[in-house]
Design a protein around this ligand. Structure first.
Ligand SMILES: Nc1ncnc2c1ncn2[C@@H]1O[C@H](COP(=O)(O)OP(=O)(O)OP(=O)(O)O)[C@@H](O)[C@H]1O
Ligand SMILES: [Mg+2]
Length: 76
């Protein structure tokens, strides 16, 4: 029987990204915000994305939410 506090087993992969990069081009300057991120997130999995300011957390979240597109890599 399942109780309220039971930890659900991980389900199938729902977010699968491989070698994602994001370059922001501003004139002659290129900011390499993501340099090859590979990550899988399963159903029922809770994750935290942590890193210092400017490390690309918001850039990655924009990819995961389909608000922006990566420069290269695969996202399913
Ligand atoms: N629209 C943009 N145009 C150019 N450079 C950008 C743009 N958005 C982010 N950057 C740059 O990309 C890098 C990653 O930024 P990002 O905002 O993803 O970091 P963050 O981890 O979310 O930082 P914070 O903790 O301060 O929110 C930084 O060098 C930032 O200056
Ligand atoms: Mg941010």
């Amino acid at each position: 029987m399942e109780t309220r506090n039971s930890i659900r087993p991980l389900g199938p992969v729902v977010i699968d990204i491989e070698n994602i990069t994001k370059d922001y081009v501003m004139g002659e300057e290129v900011v390499r915000a993501l340099r090859g991120v590979t990550l899988q997130i399963h159903r029922n999995e809770y994750i935290a994305i942590m890193g210092p300011s400017g490390s690309g957390k918001s850039t990655l979240m924009n990819m995961l939410g389909c608000l922006d597109t990566p420069s290269s890599g695969r996202y399913e």
